[in-house]
Design a protein around this ligand. Structure first.
Ligand SMILES: *Cc1c(COP(=O)(O)O)cnc(C)c1O
Length: 234
């Protein structure tokens, strides 16, 4: 708990400093606590320290930690979701940040209609063009987004990407800049994108570069919670 408090202070300072350098208001950069591979006691400790927005990679883990829902606490799914897990994702999450195909959009609309819910979605773009990462490829992203159906229960909120995994955060700058330009383009293109303001980019190693390039959410795991379990304790 004390460790998480110290970690939180360090991260908030990093965010504040990056915002200052970029001439941005830290209130416009939301901290997403990535609690994947952390147990529920870590989540509870984070909530006690004021964490409100969590990110989980796997739907099953999200269900275990975030149901029943706690008032004021949101869970975002930040990893790719198999079609047969979308129903459960809608049950537990306020947002899915990894959407990258039309069938998932259609299924999510239907599930939200059926369960009388609204859901925020971000579209994941594979801006680093690394084969190991999911998301829309850069060449297809614009046409895909442009062709999306009119949202009903869904709210198209913006874009998500994962930077390059080279060890040098500067290598991700062009990816992040591309994402910002794509977001601006889409936001200004059609009324269905009136809420398209979010850029989820930046993790423990590259949050400064992401903030400089306009991130509105940074997704931080290790630097807040410490090392992840590879197998969750019972
Ligand atoms: C694990 C993960 C993070 C957090 O990564 P850290 O390097 O631990 O901060 C952020 N985004 C996604 C999509 C992840 O899978």
């Amino acid at each position: 708990m004390e460790k998480i408090l110290t970690n939180k202070q360090i991260i908030l300072e990093r965010i504040a400093k990056a915002c200052e350098l970029a001439g941005r208001n830290p209130a416009n950069v939301r901290l997403i606590w990535v609690s994947k591979m952390q147990d529920v006691s870590a989540v509870e400790a984070a909530i006690a320290l004021g964490a409100a927005d969590f990110g989980e990679n796997r739907v099953q883990e999200a269900l275990e930690k975030f149901l029943p829902q706690r008032p004021g606490i949101s869970c975002r799914i930040i990893g790719p979701v198999q079609k047969n897990k979308l129903r459960k994702a809608v049950q537990v999450a306020q947002a899915i940040d990894s959407v990258a195909d039309l069938e998932s959009v259609q299924k999510l609309e239907a599930l939200c209609e059926e369960t009388d819910k609204n859901l925020e979605v971000l579209f994941q773009v594979n801006a680093s063009e690394e084969a190991s990462k999911s998301g829309l490829s850069m060449p297809e992203a614009f046409d895909f987004l442009n062709g999306l159906p009119e949202p009903k229960r869904l709210v198209y909120k913006g874009l998500m990407t994962i930077g390059k995994n080279t060890g040098n955060p500067e290598d991700s700058r062009v990816c992040f800049a591309f994402l910002r330009e794509l977001r601006d383009w889409i936001f200004n293109s059609q009324p269905k994108f009136a809420n398209f303001s979010e850029l989820s980019m930046g993790m423990t190693d590259d949050l400064e570069v992401a903030i400089a390039e306009g991130a509105t959410m940074v997704r931080i795991g290790t630097a807040l919670f410490g090392q992840r379990f590879t197998i969750l304790p019972p």
